[in-house]
Design a protein around this ligand. Structure first.
Ligand code: PLP
Length: 347
């Protein structure tokens, strides 16, 4: 199979390639045996991310999916119920792990653009009676991907966290794109994590690392989190090479997320000028829009883009997603807009 080179690949913010300086940092990393807790670069990254997130500890894991799966197991028992938006990654994109790994079931909410309120949470809460599942955990996704890359403000998430805690529920923040939210809202990440029992941060989305994520936890959960990580096969050996990429990204790839947000806004603006395209409001690096009337037209639109070297993702029905990231320059953006203009002309 040959791998296609794209003029602009906007299918996901996971498609970024490590930069030459990130690769150098990885190659030169000081390493040890991570499972034994003596890889100095992993330890440095864990300390740095714990402090960034305002959590007591952070556990390095291969992926944000694993971080979320550890969190669900930390906060639930089999038969318990997890409340999250119906678009949530933990519900839709983790291979059924909530049920398969934790034995928990999901109570999905239909929130406006992924942001739910204490009142919506209330409606989903179960009465404490043995015929019902136990409402155990609330998961907030910031930014909400399916909601359109929408950031939860500190006030919005604090209201949900306080409501959940007052009713005895645990709270997990899936902050795979938390730094996009932090940059867009101009608030420190630790302000957005306040009160949560655990927090996922992904290194391989906008931050541009080849893999890796962290689970921030309270001190009393750290040991159990590390045991579940071991059980899932997430303990690594000379993982300092991966952690070095994370440290490099935190030094060099956070402030530049603004560039992605700026290009996302410009892409949306360009799309709004095209006939038959309906663009959702853009808040961070994700651009969602609708073309034509149904899935068939969306597919045709996408294949015309692909003929012109531009890739975007099908988000169901006539909805399309474009992600801006480290590897999309102004040249790539222009190519994408050009291809979209051409593709709408052929609908
Ligand atoms: C991508 C994503 C994840 C999973 O990240 P991986 O590192 O790819 O496993 C989790 N949550 C959200 C919101 C995501 O977008």
């Amino acid at each position: 199979m040959t791998v296609r080179q794209w003029a602009a690949d906007l299918v996901s913010d996971t498609v970024t390639r490590p930069t030459p300086s990130m690769r150098r940092a990885m190659a030169e990393a000081e390493v040890g045996d991570e499972q034994r807790g003596d890889d100095p670069t992993v330890l440095a990254l864990e300390r740095r991310v714990a402090s960034l997130l305002g959590m007591d500890a952070a556990v390095f894991v291969p992926s944000a999916t694993m971080a979320n799966q550890i969190a669900v197991q930390l906060h639930t028992r089999p038969g318990d119920e997890v409340i999250c938006d119906r678009t949530a990654h933990v519900y839709n994109h983790e291979g059924g792990g909530m049920a398969g790994n934790a034995g928990a079931q999901c109570r999905p909410l239909s929130a406006e653009r992924g942001i739910f309120t204490p009142a919506q949470l209330d409606e989903a809460l179960r009465v404490d009676n043995e015929v019902y599942p136990r409402s155990a955990l609330v998961v907030v996704e910031n930014t909400s991907n399916g909601g359109g890359g929408v950031p939860w403000t500190p006030e919005e998430s604090r209201a949900v966290v306080q409501h959940a805690q007052a009713r005895g529920l645990k709270t997990h923040l899936d902050g795979a794109r938390l730094l996009n939210a932090s940059v867009a809202l101009d608030v420190a990440p630790a302000v957005l994590t306040a009160g949560f029992d655990s927090v996922t941060l992904c290194l391989s989305k906008g931050l541009g690392c080849p893999f890796g994520a962290l689970l921030g936890v309270r001190a009393d959960l750290e040991k159990t989190a590390r045991r579940i990580k071991q059980r899932l096969g997430g303990a690594l050996r000379q993982a300092g090479m991966a952690a070095a990429a994370g440290l490099h990204a935190l030094d060099h790839h956070v402030e530049r997320l603004r560039e992605d947000h700026g290009r996302a806004a410009r892409l949306a603006e360009g799309l709004r000028g095209l006939r038959g395209v309906e663009v959702e409001p853009v808040r961070t690096n994700l651009v969602y829009f609708r073309v034509g009337r149904g899935a068939a037209e969306a597919q045709r639109f996408l294949s015309v883009l692909e003929e012109r070297g531009v890739r975007m993702g099908h988000a169901g029905g006539n909805r399309i997603r474009a992600c801006l990231h480290l590897d999309i320059t102004d040249v790539g953006l222009a190519a994408a807009l050009d291809a979209c203009a051409h593709a709408t002309g052929s609908l």
